[in-house]
Design a protein around this ligand. Structure first.
Ligand SMILES: [Zn+2]
Length: 230
């Protein structure tokens, strides 16, 4: 059976309402195979976030949660990086620390409205990161609508970036999720660009295991075997 994972959840370490243990317990209850804690990192966008100073403690806490559940679910450590350079010091991020994580998420890439930088501008950081890196809650049709699905797949493949299908209500327009608007792009990802499902859970615990619609979409796109986590 294909793996079912939620690779995008916020805890009290940034702007989420629940502890890491609460999140992991809910993920087990919901039958997930894996859950990634992905709090905001070094951004002024939120009042509290993981920092270069606190990342060791963050890793320790996630490690403790992992040991506590003793293999009943995979517990991954990640962060979400805001690519708006006015809020996040991208050139001075601690690469060696970030490489101790299991994954790094990037938000607002190529998103003019939110001031995010381009994939090209992220290259100096991406080229030094050895862990899986992905674009999250990206409105592909808006951010990359100017290039063909084939060219986008080739571009993302060349940077080794995965792409998330984000199920949060915030990341929809005209009643459809961003990923649903981008079907033609996801279809071109097959065999080239890896994918994930993330719910971006913050304040509703049941959202942690609410991955079903994201997985239905991946199945329709024939991408269940192209998940970043396997
Ligand atoms: Zn997030």
């Amino acid at each position: 059976m294909p793996l079912r994972a939620n690779l995008h959840v916020h805890s009290q370490r940034s702007d989420g309402s629940f502890s890491i243990d609460d999140i992991v317990d809910e993920a087990i209850r919901g039958g997930l195979d894996a859950v990634a804690i992905t709090d905001h990192f070094e951004t002024q966008k939120v009042r509290r976030c993981v920092t270069s100073e606190s990342i060791d403690e963050y890793l320790r806490e996630i490690g403790e949660a992992r040991r506590r559940v003793d293999g009943r679910i995979r517990v991954l450590a990640g962060v979400e990086i805001d690519t708006n350079p006015e809020r996040c010091p991208i050139p001075s991020l601690p690469v060696e620390k970030l490489n101790q994580l299991d994954l790094v998420l990037f938000e607002y890439v190529n998103d003019e409205y939110n001031g995010g930088c381009s994939v090209f501008e992220l290259d100096p950081l991406l080229s030094r990161l050895s862990v899986p890196c992905g674009l999250v809650h990206t409105d592909l049709e808006k951010a990359f609508g100017g290039i063909s699905p084939e060219d986008l797949a080739n571009l993302l493949q060349s940077y080794g970036l995965f792409v998330e299908a984000n199920t949060a209500a915030l990341y929809a327009r005209n009643g459809r999720q961003y990923y649903e608007h981008a079907e033609r792009h996801f279809r071109a990802f097959k065999g080239k660009v890896r994918v994930s499902v993330g719910t971006d859970a913050h304040r509703t615990l049941t959202e942690v295991s609410n991955v079903a619609k994201g997985y239905r979409f991946l199945e329709e796109m024939h991408l269940l075997d192209d998940q970043v986590l396997r």
